[in-house]
Design a protein around this ligand. Structure first.
Ligand code: A3D
Length: 322
């Protein structure tokens, strides 16, 4: 069956990629092209997902492929291709390995889907998003990353668990880089128009903030063989829907900032309006001094990671050409 436009290409058919494809199809949002370098795997997963369609009752289509030409015409490309850290692998090894993968994927997106919006999911997220934008040369409005929706969803769930309320009733905000220095913004978090600080005592709130920062590690420690994928896939899917339906929805996104929040020329988790052209604007929130300083520290760490990855790639290029 032929894929219909507008469609989403998902690069990497692993846990996050395949689950993202499943959510996009089963919510009826768009058709999907699922790409992976492993032969047969994206085709097998696509067929399996199509065979669920009669039972799930949707009429969306998916095709699996190992050929980049099949992403031609994609409205959105989601990058989930990458390695997870394995025992004995240094952070630098992981950075180098995923930078190589992002370099290959970015070159192919530039060639086959030059008009696409790109949502990066591969870790370390903020650095890989930066790299993808540099390598594709796409306007930064069209290259952004998914992390804030997930980090915020985790915080919303932890708050709902504490207050025994429905998670979707909780409004929370998590900004900054996707790592140890992410910034849960409790001053902007609410439940039913009520400030969080009036509902949860400060020491408990601090614990929820820390659990949010450790949210990814908590799942890795339980799964032992991989990292989270259900909530990450839901989060990507929310961004995809906001873009395709031109919702102008404000979501926390890893977006390029040009002075907002006192941050300049760096990717950082900030609230942004998502619509058909991608990140349409960055929304400025009133932060406390402490939150602003935490955001600066988080951005400094991303900046450090970006220069580290640029050095690694420059050394590799020098080695190849010598
Ligand atoms: P996994 O299930 O291992 O899937 C990764 C897939 O990428 C595999 O199927 C590989 O075959 C494929 N792949 C490897 N190299 C290439 C390549 N060059 N081109 C195309 N495909 C390739 O991992 P996963 O799905 O659990 O996670 C994928 C990435 O997302 C990792 O980097 C995770 O750390 C990251 N991740 C980020 C978040 C955020 O919130 C930012 C959340 C969850 C996972």
């Amino acid at each position: 069956m032929k894929i219909r436009s507008p469609f989403v290409a998902v690069i990497g058919a692993g846990q996050v990629g395949a689950t993202t494809a499943q959510r996009i199809l089963e919510k009826g949002i768009a058709d999907v092209v699922l790409f992976d370098v492993v032969e047969g795997m994206p085709q097998g997963k696509a067929l399996d997902l199509m065979e669920a369609a009669p039972v799930e009752g949707h009429d969306r289509r998916i095709t699996g492929t190992n050929a980049y030409k099949d992403i031609e015409g994609a409205e959105i490309v989601v990058i989930t291709a990458g390695l997870a850290r394995k025992p004995g692998m240094s952070r630098e090894d992981l950075l180098a390995a995923n930078a190589r993968i992002i370099s290959d994927v970015s070159a192919n997106i530039k060639r086959y889907a030059p008009e696409a919006k790109v949502i990066v999911v591969t870790n370390p997220l903020d650095i890989m998003t930066h790299l993808c934008q540099k390598l594709t040369g796409f306007p930064s409005q069209r290259v952004f990353g998914m992390a804030g929706v997930l980090d915020t969803a985790r915080m919303r769930y932890f708050i709902a668990e504490r207050l025994a309320c429905v998670p979707s009733h909780v409004e929370a905000v998590v900004l900054g880089g996707h790592g140890d220095l992410m910034v849960p913004v409790s001053s902007q978090s609410k439940v039913g128009f009520r400030q969080l600080k009036d509902l949860i005592p400060a020491p408990e709130l601090a614990k929820i903030e820390q659990r949010t920062r450790d949210g990814g590690a908590e799942i890795v420690a339980l799964l032992k063989t991989g990292s989270a994928y259900y909530a990450p896939a839901s989060s990507v899917c929310e961004m995809v829907r906001a873009i395709l339906r031109d919702e102008k929805k404000v979501l926390p996104v890893c977006a390029y900032v040009r002075g907002e929040y006192g941050l300049k020329d760096i990717y950082s988790g900030v609230p942004a309006v998502l619509g058909r052209s991608g990140v349409e604007s960055v929304v400025s929130l009133q932060l406390t001094d402490e939150e602003s300083q935490a955001l600066q520290r988080s951005a400094d760490k991303v900046r450090q990671g970006v220069s580290e990855v640029e050095k690694i790639l420059a050394n590799e290029n020098a080695r190849v050409s010598s």
